[in-house]
Design a protein around this ligand. Structure first.
Ligand code: CO8
Length: 373
């Protein structure tokens, strides 16, 4: 079987940021409007008053301080509370392709490759902005990559699962060089009127190059030692957004068509699944967790990450061993662990080991053990 490396990574950061304070001010204005409009029903006990959000709660419960978005206009307006993203004509590059290409070009630069060296593009993210033609094929055409391209969706595990597909493609010979791109535009799916979830997500794009080890000509490369995926069905993180929504006009815009979750349940149920998954992988590979120089973990919640880190590495862990990007980027669905990898791998020396791991909706866990060449 062909040996496989990750030979480049790229990060595109959107142009606008929103602080917790800005989001909270906007939600609280909406809450005050709602409560005063429904004052008599609330007074009669027929309707519950909505509660204010708090920037302190958000940072303490999640570790998030701000998030980036592609379009800020509309999000903070109590009467709108969504990004006002203009439709582009079909002859123009889509927004998702545009940001994906920006991240992909940086990954190619690090891998010292040209677009024409790539023979498979996988766009992997929580949502694609349309079903077809695939965003990946649009990127193939715009960048001039060869071979074939496709989109795939596995919510927060899209990036790791796609890297596993890329590894399999290179090992089996169906492709020799793969671009895995994660253009995550989460902001249109956030319910900015829901205090439990209005703060969670941001937009970003990441990319990695996966190729045959003996093809790679960059010092950056990381050997793939092992990869493993698992899924287990749960309704606790869900969005009912889809192509059939318009067929039930009364419910087409109901809040279940946006991201919603039972955050506490997710926390409690996902952690044991992650532990079991990683225990099995480490046992299979005969690797001790304390051999990892760094854990590039999914970025959904800082407390959750601390549990994973303590389980793997014990109590006395240097924060630099499991870097957090949540504070700046928030939860960016599948891109979180790749942002951490992109920003925090430059001090690796030959033989150093790292773990890339995602977990989220589905439920799903995807993990890849990497060794610096
Ligand atoms: N401000 C002030 N108080 C609040 C707020 C707020 N904004 N929100 C809740 N509270 C209150 C609650 O009402 C509650 O009050 P009380 O104790 O009086 O009932 C109290 O704070 C505690 O509430 P919670 O128990 O809900 O708070 P938690 O400590 O559990 O924190 C979190 C909430 C941060 C949501 C946490 O549960 C969490 O992060 N859990 C993990 C969830 C997770 O990892 N989910 C993964 C989702 S991402 C994913 O899989 C990708 C999906 C695809 C992408 C989607 C793109 C849009």
């Amino acid at each position: 079987m062909n040996k496989v490396v990750i030979s480049g990574s790229g990060l595109y950061t959107p142009p606008h940021s929103i602080s917790n304070e800005e989001l909270v001010t906007s939600l609280n204005r909406y809450v005050d409007q709602y409560n005063s409009q429904h004052a008599s029903l609330i007074a009669n006990g027929e309707l519950n008053a909505l509660a204010h959000s708090s920037a302190e709660f958000i940072e303490k419960a999640s570790g998030i301080k701000q998030r980036y978005v592609m379009v800020k206009e509309g999000i903070l307006e109590p009467d709108i509370m969504m990004p006002l993203i203009k439709d582009r004509p079909s002859t123009e590059l889509s927004m998702q392709a545009e940001m994906g290409i920006a991240a992909a070009n940086k990954a190619l630069e690090q891998a010292k490759l040209l677009a024409s060296d790539i023979d498979l593009v996988i766009v992997a993210c929580a949502y694609t902005q349309r079903s077809y033609p695939a965003i990946a094929i649009e990127i193939q055409q715009a960048m001039g990559t060869k071979g074939f391209a496709y989109d795939m969706l596995v919510a927060c595990s899209s990036a790791t699962f796609a890297i596993v597909n890329a590894i399999n493609a290179v090992q089996s010979g169906t492709a020799s060089r793969v671009l895995v791109i994660n253009p995550e535009i989460c902001s249109p799916q956030v319910n900015y009127r829901d205090r439990d979830s209005h703060f969670i997500f941001g937009d970003v794009a990441t990319a990695v190059v996966v190729e045959k080890a003996n093809n790679a000509h960059t010092e950056f490369a990381f050997n793939v030692l092992s990869s493993k995926c698992v899924t287990d069905y749960s309704n606790n993180i869900r969005s009912n957004f889809g192509h059939m929504n318009r067929c039930d006009p009364l419910n087409a815009n109901s809040s279940d068509k946006l991201f919603h979750q039972q955050g506490r349940k997710v926390f409690k149920e996902l952690l044991p699944m992650i532990y079991q998954h990683l225990d099995k992988q480490l046992e299979q590979e005969q690797i001790q967790a304390n051999e990892f120089k760094r854990l590039w973990l999914h970025q959904a919640n800082i407390n959750m990450n601390q549990f994973v880190v303590r389980k793997l590495l014990g109590d006395n862990v240097d924060a630099a061993q499991a870097p957090v990007v949540l504070d700046e980027y928030a939860n960016t669905a599948s891109a979180g662990s790749i942002i951490a990898f992109n920003k925090y791998n430059h001090d690796f020396k030959t033989g150093d080991l790292g773990l890339l791991c995602s977990f989220g909706a589905g439920y799903s866990v995807g993990s890849i053990i990497l060794e610096k060449t």
